[in-house]
Ligand binder design. Sequence first.
Ligand code: FE2
Length: 416
Amino acid sequence: MGDGIVTDWTFEELVGDTGEFFSRHFGEQPLLRRGALDPARARDLVSVGRLDDLVTTETVPPAYLRIARAGQGVPGKAYTRVAAEPGTALTEAVVPEQVYELFRSGGTVTWNYLHHLLPSARRLVQAFARTFAAPAEAVAFLTPAGHDGYAPHHDPVDVFVVQTEGTKHWRVWEPAGAHRGEPATYPDGTLGEPALETTLHPGDVLYLPHGTPHAAAAGDQVSLHVSVTVTPRRWRDLLRETVEELTAGEEFAAVPHLDTPATGTGTAAQDGPAVAALAARLALLAERLTRLAPAAEAARLTETGRQRAGTPPPREFERLASLCALAPQDPLRRTRIPLAIGPSENGRTQLTVNGHTLAVPDAVATTLRLLEAGGSVQAGDLLHGAPAPRSVRAAESLTRLGLLEPATAAAGSTAR
Ligand SMILES: [Fe+2]
């Protein structure tokens, strides 16, 4: 879409000292960081002009847009049209002129899932997903000069606000007590005095823990901010995953009928066979929980959370374009792309990768099996016992297939 260089973002850039953030603010209290970003850097994330491009190219599906006026959502049909050409499916499209008209008359325009639309927002969201090992999303809020955004409410997610153009006046109240996990709006005047009242300028960052009531209004210019939201992973979410992992085996696969009556007479229901079986499973689970190494489990939960939140960008075109000839001493390792190693026939072994099947010399399959457990191999040794140039050629084709990658710190992005 013609924007300049897309740079990476770090979480530190936004919040500063992460140790202090996690000990003093995370989930507990707001953090206001003035001038966290240079204003030009903030505009790199998204500018008003980029949003014009997104609207006028008409490629943004209507589901990505939301418009609110006077605190109320505007129905989508006010700014979309349905095209019904004979013989074709119905398509819904955003009508730029109607979006602009709603904005001129005081509507706040919201772009959901901005990270699906702009590479810059995608990079930022990835930095958050890595840090929190949880799903993150970016939303842009464009508010006309002098207008309110949304009425006071709280969100069930942690919110990181980056002001990118104009100014926005924020009122923030003490976090709600019991219902922080669900969204809520607050009728006017029910919240009392704000705990924090501040005006954000381009480059300022404001963190709001989930469940923190807030309201924002534009200053005397058009105001644009991006909110990155992170879904909290609570203890109960994490421990559910732990129990799921510990009960994944066959021992927990049978289907009991818990209401099985006890045999004999006068025996209480808790002595029935199903109850005894349940007691045995509970004991087995308890034993596994006790044996679990907390550090390893914490690492596993972090890794699964990151994977679920989306892996880093593959940038496959760029990777393929930058693959130059390998040298025999270049170290290579396995990527995360799944590989099935089949049987050997006439000195060649069948590999299945991404739905493609290919046959490689048995020596290559042997090396790949070893690499599945980690570690690296030099390109010239992949085809053990063969002349180095042949081995390097085999290494190059497996690298192009995405099965191997350079084993250096700055290596490709599929294994980390
Ligand atoms: Fe909000």
